[in-house]
Design a protein around this ligand. Structure first.
Ligand code: CA
Length: 221
């Protein structure tokens, strides 16, 4: 899952980015409204954390513009605690949820997980495909109840496929959602990661759909 953090406070931006990266997300960051607006308008993010008070272009204007341009990714806004009007304006502009400052990082992470699940119509934090289980809360993966250790790249790939279970996901989409903008994007690496995941899981739930991409399917289904 690839996220965008738009926050002008350098310390807060760093704290958020570190916590999100530790939690297994790929994170791009922006420090003002213009830069954030441009990234959110042109890159395919799975969710955005957007501060309301930003230099150059305020968060509400950024969000309104994204929604006008048809950008539908979930947006979690950061508001000042006493500014109820920010929250109302934010929701009206198309925000999906908010966290008031100062906040606990755990709350931001939990709200993000909920947004990411709901964006794909999934109510629980656990995902299943046949004997494979992925818990997006703990980042644990198991097969028939036995834990499987995946690297962060492998986990991200499997989590993305689990979130989009039921449809074919192209390699391009995976590259766009699993790497940040500075990464050398080579879709062959995806094939390598898929191979490693298949091997570690020991059950083949990732089907290659020739010319199109990958599709999750329970064995025997
Ligand atoms: Ca700010």
């Amino acid at each position: 899952m690839r996220l965008l953090v738009v926050e002008d406070d350098p310390d807060l931006n760093r704290q958020l980015t570190t916590a999100l990266t530790d939690a297994g997300y790929v994170v791009d960051r922006a420090f003002d409204g213009e830069e954030g607006h441009h990234l959110g308008d042109t890159e395919p993010y799975d969710a955005v954390i957007l501060d309301i008070g930003l230099p150059k272009m305020d968060g509400i204007s950024v969000l309104e513009s994204w929604r006008r341009n048809g950008r539908v990714m979930p947006v979690l806004m950061l508001t000042a605690r006493d500014r109820w009007s920010d929250k109302v304006q934010g929701f009206d502009a198309g925000a999906d949820d908010y966290v008031a400052k100062p906040f606990h990082l755990e709350e931001v992470l939990a709200r993000l997980r909920a947004l990411l699940r709901r964006a794909v119509g999934h109510a629980k934090s656990e995902f299943e495909c046949g004997p494979v289980r992925l818990d997006s809360r703990t980042g644990r993966v198991s097969v028939d109840g036995n834990p499987v250790k995946l690297t962060s790249h492998e986990y991200r790939l499997l989590a993305y496929l689990m979130h989009h279970n039921g449809r074919v996901v192209s390699r391009t989409e995976l590259v766009e959602h699993l790497y940040d903008q500075d990464f050398d994007r080579d879709s062959n690496t995806i094939e390598v990661f898929v191979g490693r995941i298949r091997k570690k899981l020991g059950v083949d739930i990732i089907q290659t759909v020739r010319g199109l991409g990958y599709l999750l399917a329970a064995p025997g289904a």
